[in-house]
Design a protein around this ligand. Structure first.
Ligand code: SAH
Length: 256
């Protein structure tokens, strides 16, 4: 038996402190945010965009270079939202980019008012199908949803990685299944593409190596911090070993 714990067993404040030190809290990159945005039409200075599970806003500030309208970031953690708003101020964007504490299962928007719902590496918290279905009500007819979601690249996988994901996120599935779910939830599938490995290795895991050293030095006697870091390292080793079998995929749909 492995002594690796599920991430669900760690204290949320500790996880939050750890990820606060990073520009991104999930796999992604400015290039990929831009590539996904290239599939979206009709955004102008009157548009209202929502970034759900925005974290500290790494991808939101990139999005804001393309969106001249208003962007509202929503995240459950006040600490992330404070950093998000500081980030927006630093970029001189705080007149139109605002972070709000809130939950993705109870969004603070009026029905049919949002032009684009964006969500990178976060919809798994509500579940892909449920998120697509429930968030649809907030989007205007002709508006878009763009989300990144972990997906299988093949029909069959080695047991070790299959078991890991069945425990972590049983809703993981293949790209054709996820794409069909986009359509069933009431969107025209516009595009989907897999994030390159650099989004995990260079933009997600590599910055964590330094953050882990600092975090361990700050909490030298804390066994749960040690366990959490070991967990992150285990996840990275699994990714390096099995990256041809899974990864993040951007799904873009249009509400018609
Ligand atoms: N989009 C960011 C963060 C991804 S990590 C990025 O790509 O870097 C997932 C984010 O979802 C975290 O910031 C976490 O705090 C947030 N989250 C988790 N559950 C949530 C919920 N119920 N409502 C809103 N945000 C939530």
């Amino acid at each position: 038996m492995s002594d690796i714990q599920s991430i669900h067993e760690f204290d949320l404040n500790m996880i939050c402190e750890y990820f606060s030190a990073l520009t991104r809290q999930g796999p992604g990159s400015p290039e990929i945010t831009n590539r996904a945005f290239d599939f979206i039409d009709g955004i102008n200075s009157d548009s209202h965009v929502a970034d759900i599970g925005c974290g500290t806003g790494g991808q939101t500030m990139v999005l804001a270079q393309r969106v001249s309208g208003k962007i509202t970031g929503i995240d459950l953690f006040p600490r992330f939202i404070d950093l998000f708003n500081a980030n927006a101020r630093q970029h001189g964007l705080n007149d139109r980019v605002t972070g709000c504490v809130g939950s993705m299962d109870n969004l603070p928007f009026d029905p049919g008012k949002i032009d684009l719902i964006w969500s990178e590496g976060a919809i798994y918290n509500i579940g892909f199908e449920r998120g697509l279905r429930e968030w649809r009500q907030y989007i205007k007819i002709g508006g878009y949803i763009a989300v990144s979601e972990v997906s299988w690249f093949t029909d069959k996988r080695p047991d070790e990685i299959e078991d890991f994901w069945m425990e972590a996120y049983p809703e993981i599935n293949t790209i054709p299944v996820k794409l069909a779910q986009v359509q069933t939830a009431g969107y025209m599938p516009v595009a989907c593409f897999a994030l390159p490995e650099s989004c995990w290795l260079d933009h997600f895991y590599s910055p964590q190596a330094e953050a882990q050293k600092i975090f361990l030095a700050k909490h030298p006697k804390d066994a749960s911090v040690k366990g959490f870091i070991e967990n992150q390292r285990h996840e990275q080793r699994l990714y390096e070993k099995y990256k041809k079998f899974y990864g993040y995929v951007f799904y873009i749909g249009k509400k018609i």
